[in-house]
Design a binder for this molecule. Sequence first.
Ligand SMILES: [Zn+2]
Length: 67
Amino acid sequence: MPLYEYVCPRCNAEFEKLQPMAQAGAADCPNCEAPANRIVSLMAPAQVAGGSVGGGGCACGGACACG
Ligand SMILES: [Zn+2]
């Protein structure tokens, strides 16, 4: 069963909920019981392994605060 992340538009609470895909997108805030919005988190691309980042990429040494 997938784990979904939600954020409450009313009180800004973030929470996670295990639920079947059939019910994805429907969850109530545990704080205020308002209908929460699902956070769509993209899978992290596993393409950053090894090598240096050049060109337009971020070779972050802390300069761009991307982390
Ligand atoms: Zn709430």
